[in-house]
Design a protein around this ligand. Structure first.
Ligand code: NAD
Length: 384
């Protein structure tokens, strides 16, 4: 028997932010970052709270890729203000910080018997899908740890495309490739199901259709809405089906070298697709067949698994090129010597990552080392 968990309640579309006015609360905590303050999005939320006369505290300096120090700071803050409503407004970093703080408080203060506050996640990037996932990524020194627990799921997710309009093109590209990676990895995961497949197929079609438009014009609200919904659907897929080694490798690359999460995925994704498909060999794995199915859905040549995999690889490369993304890790400004020096450490982090067990092909240290080396150059062998 399998399970497919659906949570939270999702309010979406233009003006979805107004749904916040319907959430009952006596005292709120707004978790956000300085960019949200700068671009005026934090104000849009606090205005709603003020209009409703709800007292609130604002924790507005969450940093990208939150670490344990950030979580401890949040715990102290939240412990002192007893909110019955927690609102996370930001990208995956902010939402994950709020999740980790609530989780840590519930683990360490169970004797207080406090009711869990209502948790509203309002994503301002179309990328992680964290608003609907039971995952939270927290850094401990140079390692990104993936917490997985159903209690991390928010109660309400608000998807308002106007909140994503200010995301600059480079971050639009990074986060959009994260969405694609979530869908690809959930689709070929060992824990994939009919339910996650349906979501992943829709996501892949929407990303190829709407991501370039978002990158060209951030204020194209139709394209933004489609990508925002795709990001959420990808989150629904992978919170149930889990992910694969693109994420494991990307977590380690991001933890050690601070490469933004979506960009790290974009740098590694094609290599992992090729490896999962056994592109250098028979190209007849179950994953190869599923990648070919995606190519077919994208109206690309896919008469055989090999032709389909080739088509998908070319399409991924073209999407990256169109958004002027770096081809290989070596094009991001990292020094080869530094990369080589930390390679074994990254490989061992990736091997023990929570996303590795569901990858369709089981990797060993040698395979992961090879994948990092290929991703350094960013070149793929042309299809046979
Ligand atoms: P992010 O939250 O780190 O944000 C990236 C940058 O974009 C930040 O500087 C932020 O201030 C800025 N930004 C966000 N929204 C903006 C807006 N509307 N306008 C202008 N700037 C804006 O990036 P992310 O990719 O959303 O999240 C990445 C983090 O999420 C990583 O730590 C990653 O490991 C984690 N993650 C979590 C999950 C999950 O399920 N919980 C899944 C994938 C990744």
């Amino acid at each position: 028997m399998s399970e497919f968990l659906l949570k939270p309640r999702i309010r979406f579309g233009q003006d979805a932010l107004s749904a916040l006015a319907e959430v009952p609360a006596r005292q709120a905590l707004l978790v956000t970052d300085q960019m949200m303050v700068k671009v005026g999005l934090a104000d849009r939320v606090t205005q709603i709270l003020r209009q409703r006369g709800i007292p609130f505290l604002c924790w507005d300096d969450v940093v990208a890729d939150p670490d344990i120090t950030t979580v401890v700071r949040g715990m102290k803050l939240m412990d002192g203000c007893y909110p019955d409503l927690v609102i996370a407004l930001g990208g995956g970093s902010v939402i994950d910080a709020a999740k980790a703080v609530m989780f840590a408080l519930a683990q360490t203060r169970p004797h207080l018997g406090r009711e869990r506050p209502c948790f509203v996640a309002i994503p301002t990037t179309s990328g992680t899908g964290s608003e609907v996932t039971s995952f939270s990524v927290v850094k401990a020194r140079s390692e990104k740890l993936v917490l997985v627990d159903p209690s991390l799921l928010p109660d309400i997710a608000i998807l308002d495309p106007s909140l994503v309009a200010s995301v600059p093109p480079a971050i639009t590209a990074d986060t959009g490739m994260d969405v694609l990676c979530h869908a690809l990895e959930a689709y070929v995961s060992r824990a994939a199901s009919d339910f996650s497949d349906a979501l992943a197929e829709k996501v892949v079609q929407q990303v190829f259709r709407y991501l370039p438009a978002c990158w060209r014009d951030g204020h194209d609200l139709l394209a933004r809405e489609k990508m925002h919904n795709a990001s959420c659907m990808a989150g629904m897929a992978f919170t149930n089906a889990s992910l694969g080694i693109t994420h494991s490798l990307a977590h380690a690359l991001g933890g050690v070298f601070r490469v933004p999460h979506g960009r790290a995925n974009a740098l590694l994704m094609a290599q992992v697709v090729a490896w999962n498909a056994d592109h250098d060999g028979q190209c007849d794995t179950q994953a190869a067949h599923k990648y070919a199915r995606l190519a077919h859905l994208l109206d690309l040549p896919a008469q055989t698994p090999r032709e389909g995999v080739n088509s998908l690889l070319v399409a991924i490369q073209a999407l990256k090129d169109e958004m002027k993304m770096p081809a290989g890790i070596g094009d991001t400004g990292l020094l080869a010597a530094d990369f080589d020096q930390r390679l074994a450490e990254m490989v061992s982090q990736a091997l023990r990552d929570n996303c590795t067990p569901t990858n369709p092909r089981a990797p060993d240290a040698r395979a992961l080392t090879e994948l990092y080396r290929k991703a350094w150059c960013g070149t793929l062998a042309a299809g046979h």
